[in-house]
Design a protein around this ligand. Sequence first.
Ligand SMILES: [Zn+2]
Length: 364
Amino acid sequence: MPSQARAAIYPAPNQPFEIHDFPLRNVSDEELLVRVSMSSICRSDIHSWQGKRPNPCPGLLGHEIIGRIEQQGNCVIQDLRGIPLAVGDRITWTEFFHAGTDYYDAIHNLPQKSLGLRKYGHESAETQPHFLGGFAEYCYVMPGTGILKLADELTDEEAVPLNCAAATMASVCEASQIGLGDTVVIQGLGLLGIYGAAMSRARGATRVIGIDTVADRLETARDFGATSCLNAAEMSEQDLVAAVRQQTSPDGADVVLEVCGNANVIPAGIQMLRRGGRYTTAGLVSPGANVTFDANLLVQRMVTLRGIHNYHPRHLLQAHDFILSERKRFPFGDLIEARFPLDQINEAFQQAADRVVLRACVTP
Ligand SMILES: [Zn+2]
């Protein structure tokens, strides 16, 4: 292990990333040190960089991470499944960690809402142990993290979005109770929406309608199980609702998922539902997502409205096994459309922010 390593940090929101050296230290008994192979740029990394949500600076971002164990604490001997861990193993891990037992974890089964929770890619680079994000050569895996050994068959590109986008969508699909014969509408065909289309089909949905404003994404969604797609850039809200309801006879969709990050789509989404339908919002991760709609519709249509943030560690396992079993049916590796070395991270962020690519990744 070298005595120091490189990390890409941003000094303040909207400032270019700079490469800095920080010292590495030996792990404690409850930690791992991982040599990062690949980190993808999540939409929430872009929100942090653009100052749309609070993040300490100088900040080290990146939470969709895979890498190989470089140094192993004596007590970190197995992954979430009980599979033994060893130096050199390729792993991913939950994007969050917390120390000790917690009320939300133990009583309400919501470990992602534990008090005192910390997240990878949400820490200042200046505080110890410096390396708690993906856009760096190394990352410490801290006590209270759920670790998952990756199947050898998965490529790095297939595996890298597992611990945020894919696991979150496994959580969303479970909460939305998507099942056999359902019709599902997905508002937003970024990576969450693309996984949502594939997972909905795998769970038995017979019809998946994808909605986005980027024409390329409508095409991609068809490769991942969407049975039809609507371009919101070319249609009024009323026309979108009418088009969905026309395709979901007799009375609208069973499920609508918001994963576009725009609260203004919620009123139309609720109007797309049948009576007793389920609406799940998961994309509104930044504060200020205000919206006005006629809440009488919730009552009249007996709509179930849910918000989902992150996931339980079981969803990380589900996401992994889903990608592994469906990788021949859906081209998951193609979702990583651009790779950049660490010192080209500014270009990577610009392309991701401009939606030039679906997912860009950094290979430190
Ligand atoms: Zn993310």
